[in-house]
Design a protein around this ligand. Structure first.
Ligand SMILES: NC(=O)c1ccc[n+]([C@@H]2O[C@H](COP(=O)([O-])OP(=O)(O)OC[C@H]3O[C@@H](n4cnc5c(N)ncnc54)[C@H](O)[C@@H]3O)[C@@H](O)[C@H]2O)c1
Length: 256
């Protein structure tokens, strides 16, 4: 059984979507969970719903000072931080020639710099206490290109590559760093109106024929966070209904 008994986790972007689902699952698995986000009211609500094992702290992932204060407080309360899930991100689908310099800076600041600052904040403690697991949430857009999503894709490829570098640098300190690559997942990021997603799954030609649920990404993250993944580092795990596995030939589909 996968469990996180006795472990403390920080999750960014945990007020909604996949971050919230991950917090719920981690708490069920026995972890003490610190949910963080810039959406304070929503984040506090999720933490209250989870109960005693969870609490919420406001954290803007782009602020080094926010990170320093959070990590100091969590280490004071819990002793050590075992797990960090860098999940917070912004999406963008601006056509490439319309991408303003300020937007590129904002995307890079949240999706890439935020992930770097988070790792830099927790790593000294993980080194001191002899280990830890970091899961950086990338995307299928970090595994292949997506026309019309250049700024987002750049940050998600960067997160994937950087995670391997950091995994290598700290592999001999008992620290594992892995990436999760969600496909089309039914969250406020992809589905702000909360409508039916079956048409989208069809137009995206997702081999499993449906979009994914936040809980399905959370399970993959739980596995990588846990000791069940004790020999896995520098790896990438797609949670995408086989979307990035390749192509389906028309002939095979016709024979069904
Ligand atoms: N939903 C999808 O289809 C999909 C697909 C691939 C990858 N992803 C990735 O999964 C992760 C979770 O996405 P989601 O779909 O749950 O999105 P979401 O928009 O529902 O959640 C993202 C959260 O990040 C928070 N956030 C944004 N900027 C922040 C900042 N500066 N500091 C702290 N928090 C901040 C938001 O407030 C929000 O709560 C993201 O990394 C996203 O890129 C999502």
């Amino acid at each position: 059984m996968i469990n996180l008994e006795g472990k403390t986790a920080i999750i960014t972007g945990a007020a909604r979507g996949q971050g919230a689902a991950t917090a719920v699952l981690f708490a069920k698995a026995g972890a003490r969970v610190f949910l963080t986000d810039v959406l304070v009211e929503l984040g506090e609500e999720v933490a209250v719903e989870i109960g005693e094992a969870a609490s919420f702290r406001k954290l803007d992932v782009t602020s080094q000072q926010n990170w320093a204060e959070l990590v100091r407080e969590v280490e004071q309360i819990a002793g050590k931080i075992d797990i960090l899930v860098n999940n917070a991100a912004l999406a963008d689908s601006t056509p490439f020639l319309d991408l303003a310099a300020e937007r590129i800076d904002q995307m890079t600041a949240v999706n890439l710099k935020g992930t770097i600052l988070g790792m830099q904040a927790v790593l000294p403690g993980m080194i001191k206490y002899g280990g830890g697991s970091i899961i950086n949430i990338s995307s299928v857009n970090g595994l292949r290109g997506t026309g019309g999503s250049a700024a987002y894709d750049a940050t998600k490829w960067a997160v994937r590559g950087m995670s391997k570098s950091v995994a290598l640098e700290f592999a001999d300190r008992g620290i594992r760093v892995n990436t999760v690559h969600p496909g089309a997942i039914d969250t406020p990021m992809l589905n702000p109106g909360g409508g039916d997603m079956s048409g989208l799954a069809k137009s995206f030609k997702i081999p499993m024929g449906r979009v994914g649920e936040s809980s399905e990404v959370a399970s993959a993250t739980l596995f990588l966070a846990s000791d069940a993944a004790s020999y896995i580092s520098g790896a990438e795990l797609a949670v995408d209904g086989a979307w990035t596995a390749g192509i389906v030939l028309g002939k095979i589909a016709d024979h069904r």
